[in-house]
Ligand binder design. Structure first.
Ligand code: MG
Length: 169
């Protein structure tokens, strides 16, 4: 396999990340690094922040690096209850190490609750800060599943993210 060198290759890199977490009553709801109000939150080995997990995987994918599950195995007790913002710091560091920077992020969150739209500005600002990209280059959209499947029944949440990386210079 040949790896393009960001020093000589201006081609943008695109990556996709998807993450699903169960929703359970009585858990904190931290998404995109923002604590959202409500009585329902994602369960998981870390803090269950499906948005950050999907965005990290999209960035790692675009950079041709490992995925989040490889970097931070859920079998590792150190990752229990871990603040997913730490995964973002590590991801950004590896993206920079590959000579790249984040030039755009777009995220779709599928869930019945919490409602995403009222929190869009806060979510965009949080992602922009965590991934060192301008707010105008970040978006987050909420979709419902029309009552269908586990997401439609409010039992789970899915985040899908796409990331555009460009050479850092
Ligand atoms: Mg996850």
């Amino acid at each position: 396999m040949t790896t393009a060198d960001p020093a000589t290759d201006d081609t943008p890199r695109i990556g996709l990340g998807i993450d699903v977490h169960r929703l359970e009553r009585g858990l904190r709801c931290v998404l995109g690094g923002v604590e959202l109000p409500g009585d329902l939150g994602p369960s998981g080995h870390s803090d269950g922040d499906a948005i950050l997990h999907a965005v990290c995987d999209a960035c790692l994918g675009a950079a041709g690096l490992d995925d989040l599950g490889t970097l931070f195995p859920d079998k590792d007790a150190r990752n229990r209850g871990r603040d997913s913002r730490e995964f973002c710091t590590e991801t950004l560091s590896r993206v920079r190490g590959a000579g790249l920077r984040v030039a755009g992020l777009d995220v779709v969150v599928e869930c019945e609750r919490p409602k995403i739209a009222p929190h869009r500005a806060a979510l965009r600002a949080s992602l922009a800060s965590l991934f060192a990209v301008e707010i105008a280059r970040v978006n987050v959209k909420g979709k419902t599943a029309e009552g269908l499947d586990a997401i439609g029944r409010g039992e789970a949440l899915r985040a899908t993210a796409i990331a555009l990386l460009v050479p850092a210079r």
